[in-house]
Ligand binder design. Structure first.
Ligand code: M6R
Length: 613
């Protein structure tokens, strides 16, 4: 879950590496470090804390090298400290390594190396890597590039777990070797230069052309040359792929934080995601996934599998698919799915949703589904991400880079895409009235404008946030599709504001949680499903009677007037309502967190991509 950046080229690399690390801080921010090749020796500078601390030290250090590696850490093995931060060197100071991932067998390897007289200076799993590379390298009499590569390959073949690593070697000051297994790594190409990173946004300022490594791939990189190898040292061919992300999309563009910028980007992001899918008067366009009518008719079940916010999008997907395409759909948390021996077979379509495309549990769940002969469809935001290399088919949300740890625009794009897919299934299988499906498509196209209307009222939500930001606990209540919005709203609030919050189906209130309602506690109600509004209103009345303050999001002024605070949002079809009702909840979390003076984009203990189990 750490972030890594590397550079090989003609320019001084330190500013490029630091800039890359800043763009990657959403991956981890416990400590940061760089290693730069300086006239045949590797200079390492590292520091505990945020990249800014490292930058402060570097401001008084002269580094002229044009080849380097860098790392921002999310601690797994060993507490955040200077000693545990990367890069790590081997005992002979020949190699420097940065690593993202977890080496599961590091204890065995460390014992083995200690028996061979290697000493360890950190508590990390990573430190075995440079020493293991040195162990193999020291067996060669000749110091050749080929022997450097072979030593990296032999060392990696010993590692169990996940890794993306960048390696520098004193003996080859013009070269960097990189390797990957189960952790993301991309190599961007410039003119006479290469940019290596765990995530595209780190280097998007410099290039849009990328090589994507597969698992167990290695690359040797020099200024004008790049070669790819597999774990048997056989050379591979790789195509360069261009990505369409705009380089300004990974900057704040005048907003205070990435999260608020990303909330405001939702109308455009949704438009991009659906515009080429919706054909008015014709079946939606999913020609990029080759699922025949015959196959779709034979499906008796759909599983949607994901983690966190992506799983909440999956809950909306279940609702839309079941209602429109009449296919039984189960939405499951990936970390549960992978260990529950799910009842799936060739007649089950398994959909995996992941913004990053790198979430370890989601990818493991996908691999399990493949073993059971299911067709697998990935929904992701990142071209070339690991999930796209595993799934039978991939479709993309067009959210653009999402940098804030709290997911916002990726969620609404996932929901919009799932709704299109549900309409498509219904059209292909002729499961719903054509008029309804056509109206839904028309309405989907109107959603961006309706979100704009909500965003114009952000000050209403800000006022509510200013009144409730000192709360210790909050509750979110809704029924049906509104309950899925509550789950997502509650996750948003707790992950960035650290306010304890719970989402409940309003009907469940009397079965336990109402015991927690006390004077002045804030309860948020989502009231958009017209068939269930009166029931939810009654439940909210019950909490008001017990002293709660209420904030509701609804479509009707008369309903709104019955509560302490409210926001009336445009109405839409129930299937699509989460696309609108979530926006005020995103804003509420954002403004509460700002009012508390916390870091909105980088909440404590979290990282953007959870690439370890
Ligand atoms: O990259 P993914 O969509 O697979 O990430 C899944 C979750 O880790 C992610 O949605 C997480 O819950 C967010 N921080 C929520 O805002």
């Amino acid at each position: 879950m750490c972030g890594i950046v590397g550079y090989v080229g003609e320019k001084k690399c330190t500013p490029i590496l630091i800039n890359g690390l800043k763009n990657l801080e959403y991956r981890g921010y416990d400590s940061a470090g760089i290693a730069v090749m300086e006239q045949n020796h590797i200079e390492v500078v590292k520091e505990k804390g945020r990249v800014k601390n490292l930058e402060d030290i570097l401001s008084s250090t002269v580094l002229n090298g044009t080849i380097g590696i860098a790392h921002t850490r999310w601690a797994t093995h060993g507490k955040p400290s200077k000693d545990n931060s990367h890069p790590h060197k081997d005992n002979s100071n020949t190699f420097a390594v940065v690593h993202n991932g977890i080496i599961e067998n590091y204890k065995e390897l460390r014992m083995f190396l200690e028996d061979s007289n290697y000493t360890f200076y950190s508590q990390t799993d990573t430190e075995v890597i440079p020493n293991l590379i040195h162990y193999y390298y020291s067996k060669y009499d000749e110091k050749t590039k080929d022997n450097f590569l072979k030593s990296v390959i032999y060392a990696c073949n010993e590692l169990r777990g996940s890794y993306a690593i960048l390696v520098l070697c004193n003996d080859f000051p013009n070269m960097e070797i990189v390797a990957k297994k189960d952790s993301p790594l991309v190599i961007g190409k410039g003119t006479n230069e290469y940019y290596i990173a765990s995530d595209i946004p780190a280097v998007l300022n410099y290039t849009k052309d990328f090589y994507f490594l597969d698992d167990n791939n290695f690359a040797t990189i020099e200024e004008n040359e790049i070669h790819f190898y597999d774990s048997n040292n056989i050379e591979l061919n790789k195509d360069l792929k261009s990505i369409s992300w705009d380089c300004t999309s990974s900057s704040k563009r005048g907003y205070d934080d990435f999260m608020i910028k990303e909330i405001f980007e939702q109308p455009e992001a949704i438009k991009r995601t659906i515009i080429n899918r919706i054909n008015l008067g014709k079946i939606c366009n999913f020609s990029d996934i080759n699922l025949s009518r015959k196959y779709l008719s034979a499906i008796d079940k759909i599983y949607i599998v994901a983690c966190g916010t992506a799983m909440h999008a999956g809950l909306v997907g279940k609702y839309a698919i079941e209602k429109l395409a009449k296919i039984p759909t189960i939405t499951e948390i990936a970390s549960e799915f992978r260990y529950q021996n799910p009842l799936i077979d060739k007649n089950t379509l398994c959909i995996f949703i992941s913004q990053s495309g790198e979430t370890a549990d989601t990818i493991a769940a996908l691999k399990l589904a493949k073993q059971k002969n299911c067709k697998t469809l990935a929904i992701t935001n990142v071209i070339g991400s690991s999930i796209t290399r595993e799934a039978d088919f991939s479709i993309y949300t067009e959210a653009g880079p999402e940098i804030a740890v709290a997911s916002t625009k990726a969620y609404t794009c996932q929901v919009a895409l799932l709704c299109c897919f549900a309409i498509y299934l219904s059209e292909v299988l002729k499961r719903e009235n054509t008029n309804l499906l056509e109206n839904l498509k028309q309405e989907l196209l109107c959603i961006p404008e309706k979100i704009e209307t909500i965003l114009k009222n952000c000050d209403v939500v800000e006022d509510v946030a200013n009144k409730v930001y000192l709360e210790k606990d909050m509750f979110f209540l809704g029924r049906g599709i509104d309950y899925t919005t509550c789950l997502e709203g509650s996750l948003k609030l707790k992950e960035i504001s650290y306010i304890h919050s719970e989402a409940y189906s309003a009907g469940e209130l009397k079965h336990g949680p109402i015991a927690l309602i006390e004077n002045n506690i804030t309860v948020v109600g989502i009231l958009t499903d017209e068939n269930l509004i009166e029931k939810s209103v009654s439940n909210l009345q019950e909490v008001i009677t017990r002293g709660a303050k209420t904030f509701v999001v609804c479509n009707d002024e008369n309903v709104a007037n019955r509560f302490d605070y409210s926001l009336v949002i445009p109405s839409t079809y129930t299937y699509l309502s989460p696309l609108l009702s979530i926006v005020p909840l995103q804003l509420l979390s954002y403004y509460i967190t700002k009012e508390k003076g916390l870091d909105v984009d980088k909440p404590r203990n979290l990282a953007k991509s959870v690439t370890v189990e």
